[in-house]
Structures are given as structure tokens and as C-alpha cells.
Design a protein around this ligand. Structure first.
Ligand SMILES: C[S@@+](CC[C@H](N)C(=O)[O-])C[C@H]1O[C@@H](n2cnc3c(N)ncnc32)[C@H](O)[C@@H]1O
Length: 194
């Protein structure tokens, strides 16, 4: 019995000591997440389009069209696992915002951003892309659906002159793209806001 009491007391002390032990200010390798945009306030709802990742050669071609740099803020609207924004940060030194409405995608994107070592340059936002303030974006990447692109178009056309927009697979109705490419059988559309 005495032995049991000692074990319980020791365990309690160990837990208390552990709670009081000095900890490093942050884990090694962890970076503060940046805040470029306010989180949308709306609750969660069913996604407007299912998750299908953009294949790597198409990601590369999309980024070669927009040529992001360290001064750019790249928004992927419906970012899935975060691959486009991560590639923009890692290969081009850009900063970015990764927004998705699906909590599973957000968890995946967060993990991928951390593992890619770009957590200090990418904000992950869980929420509805239609509720997001896009005014700070200098580059917008899309892989949605034709009707979703059309719903976004009035907002995109009002963005500052020079904002670059690139869409995998789907156009914007009669908004003539500045460039159009086909890569790995996938069409890519590119606009610069005038
Ligand atoms: C076709 S996937 C594209 C993923 C990523 N952009 C890529 O190209 O690899 C579309 C993504 O949009 C997300 N999505 C759908 N409706 C959304 C909404 N209203 N707001 C934010 N994300 C949304 C889905 O959860 C999904 O991850």
C-alpha cells in the first residue's frame, strides 16, 4: 500500500515539475504564421467543388505564367493540400494565402506548409473563398468550376491593375485571357487585371 501511495505521489510531483519546467519559447523549426488577411466569419458548409489536386506539371506551368516574386502575395482560392501556394513560396520566394472550406484539406495544407519550411510566408485560412477579402492579392490561382469562376469574376475584375489571375481548366466566359496554354492535356487561362 505504502508503495502504491509513493508511486501516486511521485507521479503527481513529476507532472507538476513537468508543468513548471522552463520550455523553449517555441519548438525548433517552428515559425510564426503570418496574417495577411482577416479570417472570414461565416461558418462551415458543403464545398462548392470536390477536391481534385492540380498535377505537378500544371502547377509549374501556372506559376511560370504568373512568375511570382518575393513581393507577391499569392492567393489560392480553394487551396486543397496547399501545393500551389507552397510551390510559389518555395521556388519563387513569394508569400501566400491558402483558403479552403474543408477542414481536412486545411489540416493537410497546414502540415504540408510546415514540412516545406514555408510556414512563415503562408497564411492558412479555413473558410469560404467567396467571403474572403481579396484586395491584398497580387496573384490569384484557381481550380474551381466554370460557374464558380463566373461568380468570382466581378470581384476579380475590380482588383488593382496588374493583379495576375491564373485558372486551371476553366475560363471566365467572355473575359478574354491574356494567355492560354495547354499542359499535360489541361488548359490554363491567364489574365492581367487592366
Ligand atoms: C479542385 S480542388 C483544387 C485544389 C487546389 N487549388 C489545386 O489546384 O490543387 C477545389 C478545392 O476548393 C475547395 N472549395 C470548394 N468550395 C469552396 C469554398 N466555397 N470556399 C473555399 N474552398 C472551397 C475544395 O474543398 C477543394 O479543396
Amino acid at each position: 500500500m505504502k508503495r502504491l501511495i509513493a508511486i501516486v505521489v511521485l507521479a503527481g510531483c513529476a507532472a507538476a515539475a513537468c508543468a513548471q519546467a522552463p520550455r523553449p519559447a517555441r519548438d525548433i523549426g517552428q515559425s510564426d504564421p503570418p496574417t495577411f488577411v482577416a479570417e472570414p466569419s461565416g461558418g462551415s458548409r458543403v464545398p462548392d467543388v470536390i477536391y481534385v489536386p492540380t498535377p505537378e506539371p500544371v502547377v509549374q506551368a501556372m506559376l511560370e505564367l504568373v512568375r511570382p516574386g518575393p513581393r507577391d502575395l499569392v492567393f489560392d482560392l480553394g487551396c486543397g493540400d496547399g501545393r500551389i501556394v507552397i510551390a510559389a513560396a518555395k521556388r519563387y520566394g513569394a508569400r501566400g494565402v491558402c483558403v479552403d472550406i474543408d477542414p481536412d484539406r486545411i489540416a493537410e495544407a497546414r502540415d504540408n506548409v510546415r514540412r516545406a519550411g514555408v510556414a512563415d510566408r503562408i497564411q492558412i485560412v479555413q473558410g469560404d473563398l467567396f467571403e474572403l477579402d481579396l484586395s491584398r492579392a497580387t496573384v490569384i490561382t484557381l481550380y474551381l468550376l466554370p460557374d464558380l469562376n463566373l461568380m468570382l469574376r466581378p470581384k476579380l475584375e475590380k482588383l488593382p491593375r496588374g493583379t495576375r489571375i491564373v485558372s486551371h481548366a476553366f475560363d471566365m466566359g467572355d473575359w478574354t485571357p491574356d494567355r492560354k496554354l495547354t499542359v499535360a492535356d489541361k488548359e490554363i487561362f491567364f489574365w492581367v487585371v487592366k
